[in-house]
Design a protein around this ligand. Structure first.
Ligand code: GSH
Length: 224
């Protein structure tokens, strides 16, 4: 277990969320990367009432943020890249391979996640809005297009490039959201890719730790 209250690296996470988003909150990406790298870290749990000045750490008042000595960054992609620079287990050292990994983190959050995420929101937070149901086919169509292209590119490879990298951490966590909405049903190789990621011991530890926080805490002003 790499969680260590005295560690220099600190990541923010929610102390409690309702059932729906459990296992999908984006501190999971960072926890997973830290576990893969074998780096010690501590988790700062926050609630609906953000700590004073938190928006100076994360301008959108979201999780995750990372602190490591004098370094303070937000955005899970930037955080994964930072951790990749700390550990070759996450990011190859050779320049071309390094950027091939990094490109997939951008692809995951920019080319795939928007369609998958908005579709998931239409099923949850936005479900009661009168525009939610009519909007679903559009997001499904866009998600299916991107997922089909990704499926073709992955083919029968285990990972996006010739080894596991931060690109896979980002893509698998994005695809887990797609899986929840049934968007992966048509893509056997993407379903297996997600399973391969979820079977990694580091992922399992990260997920268990995220759930442990929710199980140990009660909502404090969060919408239950
Ligand atoms: N682009 C950001 C997104 C972070 C994000 O969406 N965080 C969500 C949890 S998964 C959050 O904090 N939501 C609460 C809010 O927006 O107030 C990243 O990848 O770090």
């Amino acid at each position: 277990m790499a969680i260590n209250p005295n560690a220099s690296i600190e990541v923010t996470a929610f102390r409690w969320v309702p059932e729906g988003p459990r296992g999908l909150v984006k501190d999971l990406r960072v926890r997973w990367a830290l576990e893969e790298a074998g780096l010690d870290y501590r988790v700062r749990l926050i609630g609906a009432e953000r700590p004073a000045g938190y928006e100076m750490e994360q301008p959108f008042n979201q999780v995750p943020c990372l602190r490591d000595g004098g370094v303070q960054i937000f955005e899970s992609g930037a955080i994964l890249q930072y951790l990749g620079e700390r550990s070759e287990a996450l990011l190859p050292r050779e320049q071309e391979a390094r950027y091939r990994a990094i490109q997939w983190t951008y692809a995951a959050v920019n080319s795939v996640e928007p369609f998958v995420q908005f579709r998931a929101l239409l099923n949850s937070f936005w479900a009661e809005r009168d525009w939610a149901t009519p909007a679903k086919p559009t997001f499904d169509e866009l998600a299916q297009l991107r997922l089909g292209q990704l499926s073709k590119r992955l083919g029968d490879k285990p990972w996006l490039e010739d080894r596991f990298t931060i690109g896979d951490i980002m893509m698998v966590t994005v695809l887990r959201l797609a899986k929840r909405s049934g968007q992966l049903d048509a893509f056997d190789n993407l379903t297996s890719y997600v399973k391969r990621g979820e079977e990694r011991p580091a992922f399992r530890r990260a997920l268990a730790d995220q759930f442990a926080a929710y199980d140990q805490n009660e909502p404090q002003g969060e919408a239950a």
